[in-house]
Design a binder for this molecule. Structure first.
Ligand code: NDP
Ligand code: 2IT
Length: 449
């Protein structure tokens, strides 16, 4: 419930304008609720209509993506790009290929991206895109034809100084490569229009690892500063087994933790000895197979069907790295009951509002997605910098910058939580700290009449 009348009015307008878009409304509500204390002290926000403007995308593009499958049949998918806010830099954000993609999902992701990108300290606005195309079971040639068709339309709306997409669920180096190739053919120019590129054509070292590594750097710093603790000796449960989950597993293990579970959309594995990441990488990155294959190679491990059971495994730290709303109230209660003290989010909006309430009521150290998973887009920002400089930094240099950025994000979120009278509530802190920079830029840039 909103106490502030301005916030209440803005939220009601968003509800009326975006009927039935549950994910988008969830993301907006959380940010607006976090802003209560700040908005009370800043009447200029209402005078200049900052909130009314920040909840409305600058541009929302929807387009047809027609492509031919291997059987010669024409398939039609729906493509999207939301260019949500460019106050502090060109639109920046990933592309998601998953059958669940719709306008609400794209808008929630684009809205979150505004504040996440602001938190990185780099000059990037918020955007997101994707399609309801399902990459599962498609041949490499089908993926290529889809990506080329998708880019044929998307290329009309993006550019290195306008909007720079990257990967997200279902989009990794392979898809970025096909899209980059098509953009170059269409425009006859070689620019850093996409990030997450391969190393041989303008990619950055550490970008593949960046979201998972960054999540662990953020978590380690939070543990250090808020609990005088660290990953060392901890039992960790990580959901998903894609880009973010794999590199979170790698870094958490390097930092001395034992990761005992991973999942995909079919089920989860529990390996009490600590998961063997080489086996997981072979299954997921080389074979693009199901996580259930793991138990064939590591017979001492268990496989269970279904996703939510993973949250009943006892752990000290949970890192959800699969998808939105994967932890509901019941799962959050199970985590707490089994001793989990830390939940930091690699996925975007993986916890329902009810789950977040459970964390906060039980003193769980909660690292919200837009702070904890910002390492991916931050390193994309570093890829853009290297492309502009026409240079490539070493692994050590990019990794050091990423660590610095993640530590800064934690401290900015923590300090903002204190300033708002909500010490240690990193959700409030991240929302406020991310918002202030964007709002200040919007105030400075004026309203077009
Ligand atoms: P990938 O496509 O590499 O992996 C996604 C993983 O999540 C897979 O294991 C997938 O299982 C699982 N998953 C996807 N959808 C669902 C679902 N509906 N239910 C259960 N499991 C699901 O994507 P990423 O690792 O890149 O992305 C994971 C999360 O991290 C997303 O929320 C994304 O937005 C977020 N993120 C990603 C960043 C990046 O740089 N890549 C940056 C910041 C956040 P399956 O294979 O069975 O579909
Ligand atoms: O959600 C995200 O931050 C991403 N998928 C990464 C976006 C990017 O531009 O690197």
């Amino acid at each position: 419930m909103f106490k502030n009348e301005y916030l209440k009015r803005v939220y009601e307008q968003v509800e009326a304008r975006n009927k039935g878009e549950a994910e988008f409304l969830q993301a907006v509500r959380e940010v607006l609720e976090s802003l209560e204390a700040y908005v009370e002290k800043h009447p200029e926000l209402e005078k200049w209509g900052i909130l009314e403007r920040i909840v409305e995308p600058e541009r929302f593009i929807q387009f047809r993506v027609a492509w031919m499958d291997d059987a010669g049949k024409v398939q039609v998918n729906r493509g999207y790009r939301v260019q949500f806010n460019s106050a502090i830099g060109p639109y920046k954000g990933g592309l998601r290929l998953h059958p669940s993609v719709n306008a609400s999902v794209i808008k929630f992701l684009g809205f979150e991206q505004i504040f996440k990108n602001s938190l990185t300290g780099l000059p990037m606005g918020g955007g997101k895109g994707g399609s309801d195309f399902d990459p599962k079971g498609k041949s490499d040639a089908e993926i290529m034809r889809f990506c080329q068709s998708f880019m044929t339309e998307l290329s009309k709306h993006i550019g290195q100084f306008t909007d720079v997409p990257a990967g997200d669920i279902g989009v990794g180096a392979r898809e970025i490569g096909y899209m980059f190739g098509q953009y170059k053919r269409l425009r006859n120019e070689v620019t850093g229009v996409l990030t997450g590129k391969g190393m041989s054509y303008g990619g950055s070292l550490v970008r593949p690892e960046a979201t998972g590594y960054g999540l662990c750097y953020f978590t380690e710093e939070a543990l250090n500063c808020m609990k005088n603790d660290s990953f060392k000796g901890k039992t960790v449960v990580i959901s998903g087994s894609g880009n973010v989950a794999i590199y979170a597993t790698q870094k958490a293990t390097q930092l001395g933790a034992k990761v005992v579970a991973l999942s995909d959309s079919t089920g989860y594995i529990y390996d009490k000895n600590g998961v063997n990441l080489d086996v997981v990488m072979d299954i997921k990155l080389n074979r693009r197979a199901r996580i259930s294959e793991y138990v064939k190679e590591v017979p001492t491990a268990e496989y269970h069907d279904g996703c939510s059971g993973i949250w009943t495994i006892p752990c000290d730290i949970a890192l959800p790295c699969a998808t939105q709303n994967e932890i509901n109230e019941e799962s959050a209660k199970a985590l707490v009951a089994n001793g989990c003290k830390v939940v930091c989010e690699g996925a975007n909006m993986p916890s329902t509002p009810e789950a977040i309430s459970v964390y906060l009521a039980n003193g769980v150290l909660y690292g919200p997605a837009k702070a904890a998973n910002a390492g991916g887009v931050a390193t994309s920002g570093l890829e853009m910098s290297q492309n502009s400089l026409r240079l490539s930094w070493t692994f050590e240099e990019v990794d050091a910058r990423l660590q610095g950025i993640m530590k800064n994000i934690f401290h900015n979120a923590y300090d903002a939580s204190v300033a708002c009278g909500a010490e240690g509530n990193l959700m409030v802190g991240a929302n406020v700290a991310g918002f202030i920079k964007v709002a200040d830029a919007m105030l400075a840039e004026g309203v077009a009449y």
